[in-house]
Design a protein around this ligand. Structure first.
Ligand code: SF4
Length: 714
């Protein structure tokens, strides 16, 4: 084995440091990096099995073009890139810039994300670029912006070890962010009196380490936290000095909370939990100064996801528990680089460096920095509406990078129809055969983990390097390189001549510091954007190669920051955080006689996304080997299905088939189906086909946790 190289796990948003060594026999050794602050040497089973997922079987190794008859043929890079650039140019010339779109991924590195945003928003002139991160954490982004004035996670992982009370909301942390969970449990075992509360409709593996589990009715989180806000206020838990000096909007938020959640007995009834348990939670929250509320997809993936986020943040603002050790609301992201993508404008409603498309000053800052011919003037289409626009023929050319929307988006059969109707579908991927690539007119082979070079940002704002330790296979190229090659062919060459990822990172860092003290267009005093990497803007190649994990901001004054808002100054232009009034709203679709059960979706411990990588490891398949429908035994009896036998689940949007299981800790009236399986592994196994395409009106995040369905024998 050659010397081990420090890199970062490509799976979840914990962002664990990995030491990887490629051997002469083709094997790869993987261990946790003891010097990486996020995991301190720990890895979960997915990270530990990374070496088992790196073979080239099934890899897309050469560009492919679809012939008029439907067959794919191998092409050289020049022909494929010309085809993409010329087709995009023709569509733009004929139909305008908004007739093209990009759908990208939290698997991309920050450098890849930066150049594709630059191409779309600054050079083509469209904001029609969205990311699969829309599906997992855009409600947290919107909630942060409303409360803090910028998309900022205030705390760090150490807070979870310093807290006296950890509230896990809509998060099966034990399975989905295992290393964070290990750190929490280790701290609980060492610290006297540390308590964990889990708020989740299911009794998951996470609940086994909890002191209290509140199995709330799905979609009722806002009532629960409105009730908590009201309780904290009435029981003297408010930090009045903090609220007076650093916040706005308490009166309105309290009025909304009191209106529908002022009576704990009524909250318990609405949420479907025992009143005594609810009051225990409320009293613990009131009593424990050091409280962290960690939330994930169970909060975000909802038609009221943004309000759920703000209802949690409201409770931390009321008690002044933010910006201090062991305290704070904490959004944990699903993907390895969802955060990095947000930082360079990877969402259709954002610009690079946390600037806003609707802000004329921000648009001017970004355009003048790039000296670009255009700057998109209005927010683009968010994921679900983007594919609707494809189906309607408004978007005629679509470039999908590193994601599999035919499996992962809601109403996934509608996504199929959209791609069938699209004039040009380009897919950059590391895998040749996916449900989505079946619709591609052009396939472009990208580098995968172990081959790519760049940076990612974890859930605690920590920028870490992904470093290559394997050669590029076949003709595969880095995503940033492919994007720049197309940009040059479209006539934007001067501004896409990067020598490598270091050049891109430095440009991104410079933009974060560029004109970062200007008044915003609302005319209020200057608000300094907190995402500032000014001190990294002069990194040499050697510095970039040696970059150690660091939490932003990174400026001459602040060389990485564990916690934000310690001084009580927030990113709104008046420096104050905002309470947001969050009246309770039921999920968009209620169960009825035709569809009497509620479908919840999520991950299993040992698989990742649509299994294009983890599906290669027999060790990982040993945990759960096939898709399943988890349901309560009473419901199985009621609907005539039996454990171990196949059943059909269907909704107004589609259907799938899987085996019935019990034991997932699910409530009567609900079913759970994992998200991973697809038609490459089992027929009729895409749960995305069932999921309703309703989205949160603020964030655009889909309601993956609440679709009415029926289950019947197959
Ligand atoms: Fe990778 Fe997440 Fe596991 Fe860490 S916890 S090893 S980042 S999958």
């Amino acid at each position: 084995m050659s010397g081990a190289l420090a890199t970062t796990c490509p799976y979840c948003g914990v962002g664990c440091g990995v030491l990887a060594s490629a051997g002469a026999d083709g094997g790869v050794s993987i261990t946790g990096d003891p010097r990486h602050p996020s995991n301190l040497g720990r890895l979960c089973v997915k990270g530990a099995a990374l070496g088992e997922t790196l073979d080239l079987q099934g890899r897309l190794l050469h560009p492919m073009l679809r012939e008029p008859g439907g067959a794919l043929r191998r092409a050289d890079w020049n022909e494929a890139l010309d085809r993409v650039a010329n087709s995009f140019r023709q569509v733009i010339d004929s139909h305008g810039p908004d007739a093209v779109a990009f759908y990208v991924s939290g698997q991309l590195l920050t450098e890849d994300y930066y150049v594709v945003n630059k191409l779309a928003k600054g050079y083509i002139g469209t904001a029609n670029i969205d990311t699969n991160s829309r599906l997992c954490m855009s409600s947290a982004v919107a909630g942060h912006k409303r409360a803090f004035g910028e998309d900022i996670v205030p705390g760090c992982y150490e807070d979870l070890e310093q807290a006296e009370l950890i509230v896990l909301v809509g998060s099966n942390t034990a399975w989905c962010h295992p290393v964070i969970f290990q750190r929490m449990v280790a701290a609980k075992e060492q610290g006297a009196g540390v308590r964990i509360v889990v708020i989740d409709p299911r009794f998951t593996a996470t609940c086994e380490s909890a002191d209290l589990h509140l199995p709330i009715k799905p979609g009722t989180d806002v009532w629960l936290f409105n009730g908590l806000l009201s309780f904290l206020f009435r029981h003297g838990a408010m930090d009045a000095a903090f609220v007076d000096a650093h916040t706005k909007g308490l009166v309105e938020a309290l009025a909304a909370a009191d209106a529908d959640a002022g009576d704990p007995a009524e909250v318990a009834r609405i949420c479907g939990v025992q009143l005594a348990d609810l009051l225990t939670f409320y009293r613990w929250f009131a009593r424990h100064e050091k409280t962290v509320s960690l939330f994930s997809q169970g909060v975000n993936q909802s038609s009221s996801g943004t309000d759920k986020v703000n209802s949690i943040i409201n409770c931390h603002l009321l008690t002044g528990r933010i910006g201090k050790p062991g305290r704070g609301p904490f959004s944990i992201t699903g993907q390895p680089n969802a955060m990095g993508g947000r930082e360079v404008g990877g969402l259709a409603n954002m610009l690079a460096a946390h600037m806003e498309l609707h802000d004329t000053v921000h648009r001017d800052i970004v355009q003048s920095f790039w000296d670009s011919p255009h700057i998109a003037s209005q927010p683009g289409l968010k994921a679900v509406e983007l594919f609707d626009a494809v189906l309607q023929g408004k978007v005629k050319a679509l470039w999908i990078m590193g994601t599999n929307p035919v499996v992962s988006l809601p109403d996934a059969d509608g996504v199929k129809r959209a791609l069938e109707a699209c004039e040009l579908v380009v897919c950059s991927d590391i895998v040749e055969a996916t449900d989505t690539n079946a619709f591609a007119h052009v396939l472009l082979p990208a580098l995968g983990w172990g081959e790519k070079n760049g940076t990612v940002t974890s859930s605690e704002r920590r920028i870490s390097r992904q470093r290559p330790f394997l050669p590029a296979p076949g003709g595969a190229r880095a995503d940033w390189q492919i994007i720049c090659d197309v940009a040059q062919r479209m006539g934007f060459g001067r501004d896409f001549q990067f020598g490598g990822p270091r050049d891109i990172f430095v440009e991104h860092a410079r933009l974060t510091a560029f004109r970062n003290h200007e008044p915003q267009s609302d005319g209020l005093p200057a608000a300094q954007r907190q995402l500032n990497l000014g001190a990294l803007a002069t990194l040499s190649q050697q510095d970039y190669d040696a970059l150690v994990p660091v939490q932003w901001p990174v400026t001459d004054e602040v060389r990485g920051s564990s916690r934000m808002f310690a001084d009580g100054r927030f990113a709104h232009s008046d420096g104050r955080a905002r309470f947001i009034a969050t009246p309770g709203r039921a999920p968009a679709h209620a169960p009825d006689a035709e569809y009497p059960l509620v479908l919840n979706t999520g991950r299993v411990r040992d698989q990742w996304h649509t299994m294009t990588r983890t599906g290669k490891s027999s060790r990982l398949a040993g945990h759960v080997s096939e898709p399943y429908i988890d349901m309560h035994p009473h419901d199985a009896l009621r609907f005539g299905v039996r454990e171990g036998e196949l059943a059909r689940v269907h909704s107004r949007w589609g259907a799938m088939v899987a085996r019935v299981r019990h034991g997932g800790g699910i409530l009567v009236g609900h079913v759970f189906v994992p998200i991973h399986w697809n038609d490459q592994f089992a027929s009729d196994a895409r749960v995305g086909g069932l999921v309703n395409p309703v989205v949160d009106p603020v964030s655009g995040e889909p309601e993956f946790k609440h679709t009415p369905v029926m289950v019947e024998p197959f």
